[in-house]
Structures are given as C-alpha cells and as structure tokens.
Write a protein that binds this ligand. Structure first.
Ligand code: EPU
Length: 428
C-alpha cells in the first residue's frame, strides 16, 4: 500500500544499525558487469531501486540471485541486450550501465534514464567523458546507442564534481587501454566504495576520495566478494529524527566522518552530539534554533539531507535559510510541510523558514524520496495523525523504514486498503 499513517508527538529513543548504502550499491550494480565470473555482494539494501537494478542486469545476460542481504551476480556472459524503457527510466543509475556494457561488448543501447524529479539531471558529463574514452554515442528516439573500436585512457576534467559521472567514467576506464585521469572528481564516500569494489575485482584505481583519480586500465576484471558500507543518508535521517522529535538516537556501524556536515549543523541548532569510533548519538531536549544551511558536494552539507533538515528547522525558533546549490528544484516538501502548519517560502534556490512552535498532522504527498522522508519526520513530530501518500518514493531508499521507526518508539503503520478507506472517510 502506498500510504503511511503516523501518530505524532512521540520522542524517538534507542539504538539502531542501518543497512548498506543504496547509492554505493547502485553504482556497484553497474560496475559488476565489468568483471567476468561471480560476484558476491553483502549488505545490499533491499530497497526498490536496488531490486529494480538487480533485475535490469538480467536483461544483459547476468545471473542474479538474492540470498537475504547478499546478492550474487554472475556476469560471465554479458551481451548488449535490450532493456525496456519503463525499467530503465524508473532509476537514474541504469544509465551507468552504458560504459560497462560498452567495455564488455564494444556496443551498448540504453533508453535515456529517469529517477527522482528534483531537477533537470542531464548526463552531458557522462557523454563527454565516454567520448574521450573512445565511445561514439548517438541519441535516437530517446535511446542512447554507443559503440567503440576500443576504449583508451584519457584525461577527463569534470565541470562539476558529479558523483554519478565520476563513478560511471572511473568504472568504464578500468577496462580502457592505458591511463585515465579524472580531474575535479567527486569525493563522495560512494565513489570511494566503488573504487574499493573495482580494485577488489582487479582494477588499478588510485586517488578515489580525492579530486584526482588515476585509473590504469586492465585487460580484464574478475568477480569478487565485497561488503557494501552502511548508508550515510539513512543514518542521517534517523539522527535528524532524534532532533525533530526531541529524542535520543544512536546509530551504530557507521563512519562518523561521513556525518560531519549534518552533525555540526544539528549541533549549531542546539542538539547534543556524541560520537565514537563507529557510532553517532543525537539527543535533544529543547526547541532548536534557526540556522543557515547550504548544500555542497561532499564533505559539504549533503543535498540528500536538505529537505529533511528543512523539516527539522520548520520547528526551530527563529528564521532558517536553507540554500540548495546542487539541484534546481528539490523543493517538493515545501508546500506539503506548509499544509502541516510550517511557514516556508521558496526564493530562487533558497527556502526561507520561519520556525513555528508546532506542526499539525495532515494528508500530504511525497514528491520524491527525500521529500517523503522529510514528511515522515515532520509527521513524527506533529500533533495528531499524518498520512503520507506515495510511499513508493520512500521505498526507493529506506529499508524497513516503518519497522525501524517503530522500534525507536514511533507510531507509524502502512495502511492496507480497508484502513485506507477508513482514513479517507476521516479526512473527508
Ligand atoms: N550534472 C550535470 N551533468 C551530468 C551529471 C550531473 O549537469 O552529466 C549535475 C546534476 O544535474 C546536479 C549535479 O551535477 O546538478 C550533481 O549531480 P550528481 O551527478 O553528483 O548526482 P547523481 O550522481 O545523479 C547522486 C545520488 C543522488 C544525490 C547526488 C548528489 C545516486 C543514485 N544518486 O546522484 O541521490 O543527490 O548524487 O550527491 O547515487 C538520493 O539518494 O535521494 C539521490 C537523489
């Protein structure tokens, strides 16, 4: 069912571990096609994006099998294949298959990608980089058709440190002839995770996690075993949930360094932060105060936490300014939070938030993954019942979301059709 019902007003308290990173898994699930043989991936989150991506691999000849949180991919025989447009459009990272398919087969075809609607999300850096690596790509009828007479190393400068372009080009270059240098590369932890995975497959990548990555091409890669690191964005969401509900939540099994921007901003707003070698605790027993937040590429404040932070700040005392510099329209949460009594307005790429003392439950709609998470957090803190529709967006990136929140003391449930009918009548 596609609706969550939340009874707000309970502080979240407790400890949890988060599953593996969705975004690292999605990048790895493209790169996996580069290696001949069987790869065993542990700690892959079972969210709808990874389920779809894993199924997509079978269109190109890969064998795919889930064993609990492990995914076994046999990419011995990979063919150019043909993926249906609907599946490809449903996730952005389907496009990152183009380079690996090209590297394995010398040709590839993929419909143009989709993903959450948070901005134009062009793929020009990917296309320019692939061309420098020796690909000839044309777009015909909404389908990218690529071929190569042999990939070769190149020097690639990215106009912006795009996580996706860095991952796609770094992976493709592992099978190019010679050395590739990517300048102004993204330094996101998901890039570092992908490089570690590729090196495990036999690639030679140096500098991942810095803005210059050097890849020395290999003639072939082979299957490997790899554990996906935990999801910093799911972790951040639960830490933010502690702040908005004036609770006390510890997330274990994570790298505190990956949470630096978020925890510093929560601390500035008045939350209490404690950290250990592999855990972060956020607690809060008072009303937060308004702050300024500006999204930046890692290690700056993550765009993926922007909408969630805006929900937290909607209840802070005073004015907050939240500036989004990565995407032009990641604002689907604003009108919905205002339905709950928030006072937010969008000015260009900035959201101005006049903090209110309380939010009131309402029927709201998720427009994308993180907007959906922001609405759930607002619902947890609001007075009364909140109904969040379009939960399918939340299912793209949060595993066992309501179960995890329930274990922390939330009152949240997914409505079945009968409940939904009753809820509709209550709301009418
Ligand atoms: N960009 C271009 N041209 C390109 C590629 C990117 O102009 O060819 C622009 C984008 O439009 C955007 C900026 O560069 O303005 C950054 O985009 P980036 O390529 O870094 O984003 P992405 O790789 O498409 C990943 C995550 C997003 C996350 C961003 C930023 C995955 C599957 N997605 O997207 O995650 O917001 O990096 O960190 O890894 C999410 O999880 O909710 C999500 C949207």
């Amino acid at each position: 069912m596609d609706v969550l019902r939340i009874e707000g007003g309970r502080s979240l308290v407790g400890e949890l571990e988060v599953p593996g990173s969705k975004n690292a898994s999605l990048a790895i699930l493209s790169a996996v096609l580069l290696g001949k043989g069987t790869t065993v991936l542990h700690n892959v989150p079972r969210v709808s994006d990874t389920l779809i991506k894993a199924r997509l691999l079978t269109h190109f000849g890969a064998g795919v099998q889930w064993r609990e949180a492990s995914l076994i991919v046999d990419s011995t025989d990979i063919h150019p294949g043909q993926a249906d447009e609907e599946t490809v459009r449903s996730i952005r990272t389907s496009f990152y298959l183009l380079g690996p398919l090209l590297a394995r087969n010398g040709q590839a075809e993929l419909p143009a990608p989709g993903g959450c609607r948070i901005g134009a999300r062009p793929v020009d850096f990917h296309l320019k980089g692939l061309a420098l690596l020796g690909a000839e790509i044309v777009l015909e009828g909404g389908v990218y058709r690529a071929r190569t007479r042999g990939l070769r190393g190149a020097e690639i400068y990215l106009d912006f440190p795009s996580a996706g372009a860095t991952q796609h080009l770094m992976a493709t270059a592992t099978l190019a002839d010679g050395v590739t240098i990517i300048q102004n590369a993204a330094v996101e932890p998901e890039v570092t995770a992908l490089a570690a995975f590729l090196n495990r497959m036999g690639a030679r990548i140096e500098g991942a996690g810095t803005s210059t990555i050097t890849i020395t091409g290999a003639s072939s890669l082979s299957g490997c075993e790899f554990r996906v690191p935990s999801d910093r964005l799911q972790a951040g969401t639960y830490l933010a949930a502690a702040a908005i509900t004036r609770g006390d939540v510890t997330v274990r099994g994570i790298l505190p360094d990956n949470q630096t921007a978020l925890v510093n901003k929560l601390r500035e707003a008045g939350a209490r932060i404690e950290e250990g070698p592999d855990w972060v605790r956020v607690s809060c027993d008072r009303r937060l105060k308004g702050i300024r937040v500006k999204t930046m590429p890692y290690p700056g404040f993550p765009t993926d936490m922007q909408q969630i932070m805006a929900a937290v700040l909607s209840l802070a005392e005073g004015t907050s300014i939240v500036e989004e510099t990565i995407y032009e329209s990641r604002i689907g949460h604003v009108a919905e939070l205002n339905r709950m009594g928030a006072r937010m307005r969008v000015e260009g790429r900035t959201t101005v938030i006049e903090g209110v003392p309380s939010l009131k439950g309402a029927a709201v709609e998720a427009s994308d993954l993180r907007a959906g998470a922001a609405l759930v957090l607002a619902g947890l803190a609001a007075e009364g019942a909140t109904f969040v529709r379009n939960v399918r967006y939340i299912d793209r990136g949060y595993e066992n979301f309501e179960q995890t929140l329930t274990a922390l003391g939330a009152s949240i449930e997914r409505l079945d059709s009968q409940d939904l009918e009753e809820a509709r009548q209550t709301l009418e």
